[in-house]
Design a protein around this ligand. Structure first.
Ligand SMILES: [Zn+2]
Length: 222
């Protein structure tokens, strides 16, 4: 419904600007807060549902109540800088370079997370529920354990894009059916795609649930 790349490119900056203006808890409780996103990525049809689900998630995670009062995508950007820095090693990302996804306990690299939030907001507006996740960032040890348990499927530790915080695995109700059709059409608009190796006839295992933040993965190859 939107040309996401343009918005994505500015979201971190917009979020930071909003962050400086974030209301205190008292202000937030006292009345409406204007955290309208910079362009028309907000979705009137599903915004109420999105608000409820995200607020519930944030509350369960003990997030600041002031953040839970807004419905906009700007909140995600404000809570996660979207900026990564410093040397990185697969499966050894620092906390500063990771942000929470909307479903506990999953995290991913900060720049991937802000784009994933935008994608999830659009998905939620369409389907009335957030995207369901089964995996995000994995530490080196977690990937090694997975490899030991599923040697035919899981990548070796140190080689998975999950270790770079650039991959998400979705639940069947998100990558399949009508949701899956939507995801394949719209995911790339937000910078996410099911890599060619994971598709039918691809060079790797068929993994329709495995999606990657394309810009981040491309940068790794340089
Ligand atoms: Zn995966």
């Amino acid at each position: 419904m939107v040309a996401a790349p343009t918005w994505v490119a500015t979201s971190a900056t917009a979020g930071l600007r909003h962050n400086a203006d974030l209301p205190t808890t008292i202000e937030a409780l006292a009345g409406p807060v204007d955290l309208t996103p910079p362009v028309a990525l907000s979705a009137p049809a599903g915004s109420a549902i999105e608000h409820v689900s995200r607020s519930a998630l944030r509350d369960s995670q003990g997030a600041p109540t002031s953040a839970a009062t807004s419905t906009s995508e700007a909140v995600a950007a404000a809570e996660c800088s979207g900026v990564v820095s410093g040397a990185m090693s697969n499966g050894r990302l620092t906390a500063a370079n990771l942000c929470d996804l909307w479903q506990k306990p999953y995290k991913d690299r900060a720049d991937a997370v802000v784009t994933a939030f935008a994608m999830n907001d659009a998905f939620t507006a369409k389907f009335g529920r957030p995207m369901c996740l089964t995996s995000g960032y994995r530490t080196y040890e977690e990937q090694a354990a997975l490899r030991a348990a599923e040697p035919g499927i899981a990548a070796a530790a140190g080689t998975s894009n999950h270790g770079w915080g650039l991959a998400i695995d979705f639940c069947p109700n998100t990558y399949g059916g009508a949701a899956g059709v939507w995801l394949r059409v719209n995911g790339p608009k937000f910078g996410w795609d099911n890599p060619s190796w994971a598709r039918p006839g691809g060079s790797g295992a068929f993994e329709p649930w495995h999606w990657e933040y394309v810009a981040g993965v491309k940068a790794l190859a340089k």
